[in-house]
Each structure stands twice: as structure tokens, then as C-alpha cells.
Design a protein around this ligand. Sequence first.
Ligand SMILES: NC(=O)C1=CN([C@@H]2O[C@H](COP(=O)(O)OP(=O)(O)OC[C@H]3O[C@@H](n4cnc5c(N)ncnc54)[C@H](OP(=O)(O)O)[C@@H]3O)[C@@H](O)[C@H]2O)[C@@H](O)CC1
Ligand SMILES: [K+]
Length: 524
Amino acid sequence: MFLVTAEEMREIDRKTIEEIGIPSIVLMENAGSQVAREMMQFIFKPAKIVILSGHGNNGGDGFVTARHLGNHGYDVQTWLIGSPEKFTPETTIHFNALIQSGYKVNIFSQDNELELKESLIKADIIVDALLGTGATGGLREPYKSIIQFVNQTNATKVAIDIPTGVNSNTGEVVELALIADYTITFALPKIGQYLYPGTEYIGKLKVVDISIPSIVIKEVDPRISLLSQNDLRTRLPIRKRNSHKGTYGHAFIIGGSKNMPGAITLATMAALRTGAGLTTSAVPASIQPMVFSRVPEAICIAMDEDSTGHFALNSIEALRLEEKNYTAIGIGPGIGQWELGLEWFKKLLLSINLPMIIDADGLNLLSKEIGLLDQRKSETILTPHPGEMARLIKRDVAYVEKNRIKVAKEFASQYGVYLLLKGAHSLIATPNGDLYLNPTGGPELAKGGSGDVLTGMITGFVAQKLPILDAVMLAVYLHGIAGNLASKPSNYSTIATDVIDKIGFAMSTLSNHVDALPTHFPGN
Ligand SMILES: NC(=O)C1=CN([C@@H]2O[C@H](COP(=O)(O)OP(=O)(O)OC[C@H]3O[C@@H](n4cnc5c(N)ncnc54)[C@H](OP(=O)(O)O)[C@@H]3O)[C@@H](O)[C@H]2O)[C@@H](O)CC1
Ligand SMILES: [K+]
């Protein structure tokens, strides 16, 4: 499914109206009737409903919703917070249709402010049809005071399209926005509904159809897709009955240092869980027994180390000799930073020509000489969290967080890499400018070790020779699901090994991908 900006949605609406020939008043009729239909699933007849409409098309949707709920016998009070002179043509038609159908619309002014507040206090449901995708900047009065008041009431709040005050492109909230329990949005979800802080204002999100043809969506070709179970189901590699460990590739993970043997252990375990036929880790010699004892299923090779317990420069030769055995390489978990680290990392990066996943201190070393990426001959996947991303582009974390989409897209295109920008929600950017947003994952993953698990998962999937994009998508999506499964009974207590234990369950939510035997029906 695509995620759209306000501009892409406007273009989709325009094409539907002008090229397909569905008039805009029909789209608005569909929008409002769908909102009413959705609301009827969870509201009871005696409920007191207050609908707040602005003078734009979002307000028009509110008028249509009011008419449909009224026609179904619900107790609805409608308020216009705005001026009829500013109505759009569609909103005028639906305002008149509401009045002609015998319903009243209160027009807000300073004189009836108390009356509005009394209605809001008594309301069971408040519908926000004040501003939608046409809103820009911080809220102006009187919307600001009204939203502040609405947020303090006990009513259930339903936002039409997007809560007033949330920027539909960036998720930005300037000062204040309506805190919705439900948001009912049209045709496609909006990007701002999936970016923080906007996400926290949306409540439960429902996407409803308003007769937008899929051909129009294809023509507009939105740039961001939302990862979904349906899209990923078919990308999981099939386990053939007639197969052996060599069929599923060989993952190689380079990492660890004297003080950080855990990260490489977690990444190795996670790679095994994704289905890689073989997994080998290469670690500084002093930690090899420790890693090996925790993951007996993996091969663990001891490398020369320096006096500080980091990889020695001369380990490069041994690592290079190993290259021919593997199908993917992950570098970084627990590798640390040391005096000759950059020199070691540089040699490794330029001498190994396998798909490479770089994480953690691998990224920090890379940020010291970012031009190295231009010299890579095979695919590179970077998995920074916002702090690491900030170091890569030499900006601060606040800039990265505010511009996640732009930062990810520009970096991936400029350096020709697959970039996974972690955080809520994680974004994947491809070298050709495509973007994917992952909706899975929660606060249970906000703990040391989570990133190492993800690196191991990506390396495990790439090792199975999946297309790089498929491997990254599967890993990040399943990592979120596994985290969620591991968050029971409490997301405070979830640790990385719990997440690894749930990778298999997460995969089973996509499908049971084994080769089917021919079916034999018992004779009857
Ligand atoms: N296109 C279609 O066919 C369909 C569109 N649909 C619906 O239309 C919605 C988009 O409608 P839209 O474009 O009319 O904008 P909308 O969100 O109502 O706001 C515009 C008004 O906001 C005001 N305003 C702006 N910023 C403000 C601020 N910070 N603080 C205060 N006021 C502010 C601004 O007022 P002004 O500056 O003119 O005073 C302007 O009048 C979309 O979300 C969906 O619900 C559906 O019906 C399906 C078919
Ligand atoms: K709204």
C-alpha cells in the first residue's frame, strides 16, 4: 500500500475528477457517508454527537457525515467554525443539502462560545472536520482554543482524514493538535499519520474507499510504500524439501571486541534464525570461546587482535581469504572504535566484494571517510539509527528526526546504497529513490541488542540470495513483529534474546513457506 503526501492526494483527487469524470461532490459524498458508516460500527444510538466543521473540504465531509448520521436517527449537533463566504463549491452544496434535509447548523461566533462549550462537555462523540490535508502551519484562532478545549473533554474523538493540527506530510504538530481516538482517512494513508509526533495523535486508523480508481493511483505513482503482510508474504524464501544447508547461503558476520562480545553473539543467533544455511562469525581471538559457547550452531573463527582487544590490522588477510565461502557479510556489531580502526575498516571495505551490511561502529568508522562508499563494487546496506545517521551526514540528530524522509532518500541516492534509517517508524531508501516505511515494532525494541539482532537478520536474508530490497524489507518487518510477540507479558522486560526466540513465530505470521508435497485425497 502507498503512503501519500497532501500534494499526491490532491493530484489523485484531481485526476479522478477531471480524467475519470467522478465529480468532486460525489467524492465528498462518499467520504462523509463512509465516515458515518464506520462510526456506526462503534457508537450507540443515544450517544450525543457534536460535529465541528471548518469551511474547507474537510468541513464539507463533516456536513455529509452529519446528514448520514442524522438520517440514521442519531442525535447530531453540527457547528460551523469558519465563514460560509469561504466555503469551497463542494462544501457549499453539502452545507445546503444538510440544511435542506431539515438539520440545523450552528455558526460559531463569540456570542455563542459558551453554548458550544456546553455542547462539547455533554458530547459522547466529537467529530473533527475542521482541517484536513489543506492545513498549513500552526493552528490559528479560534481553532487553537477549541481544540485545546476538545482535548480536555471525556468524549470519544473521531478525526476526519487527519486530526486538526497534524501536518499530513511531516507529522509535525506545532504546539497543539486534536488527540483522536479514531482517524478515518480517505483512499490512502497520509505520510504524516506514520511520522512522529503525528502518529501519537491518530488513535486507531481506518482507511476507507471513496471510489478512487487504482489506475489513477498507479499513474500518480506515490514514492513511499507502507510494508504490509500481504506484500511480504510472497518474498519469504521457499524451503525446498529437496535441499541442504548449501542451498540457503552462508552468512558471515564480522564484529566483537574484548568488551563487547554480546553484540556479535546476538547478530549471529539472529542470522541463523532467519534460515541462512550456514552462519560464521569472525571475532577477536580472546572472545571466540565466549561467542562459540553461546551459539554452537554457528562457526566462529578467531582473528588476530591488538593489545586493546580489537581486530588487528593483519587480520584483513585472513578475512579476505574467507570471502569466497560466503554469500553476504555483516560488519559492525560490537566492533568498537580503536586507533587503527579506520585503516582496518577501509581495507576490509574495499577488498571484499560481497553484499555488505554495515552497522553500529562500522557506521561510525565509515562516517570518518564517507567517500569510501563510492569505491564499493557490490551492494552496500547501511542501518543507522538517527544518531549514526547524523554522524554520517554531519548534522545533528534533531535535523535527522525532523527530515527523516528527505535525509534517507538523498543519502541512498547520492551514495548508491540501501539505507535503513531506524527509529519510529523505520524507513528503507533504495539507490533509485524508492522509499518504504515499516509499520511494525514498538518500544520493546528500544533496548541495547535490538540493532544487532536486526543486522543479523538482514545478513541472514541477504545470504539466502534474496533481492537486497526483499531481504531488508523482510528483516525489518519481521524484527518488529518478533519484538511485539516478545513484549508479552511486559514490554519493559523484553530483551534481545527474547526477540530472537520469536523470529520463527514472526515468520509464521507471513506464511508457512515449505514446499508442498503433492496432495493425495483418501479414496472415497
Ligand atoms: N479534494 C477532494 O476532492 C476531496 C477532499 N476531501 C477532503 O478535503 C480535505 C482537504 O480539503 P481542502 O483542501 O479544502 O483543505 P482543508 O483541510 O479543509 O483546509 C482548508 C482550510 O483550512 C484553513 N487553514 C489552513 N491552515 C490553517 C491553520 N493553520 N489554522 C486555521 N485554519 C487553517 C484555510 O482557511 P483560510 O486560510 O482560507 O482562512 C482553508 O480554508 C481532505 O482532508 C478531505 O477531508 C474529501 O472530501 C474527498 C474529496
Ligand atoms: K480533521
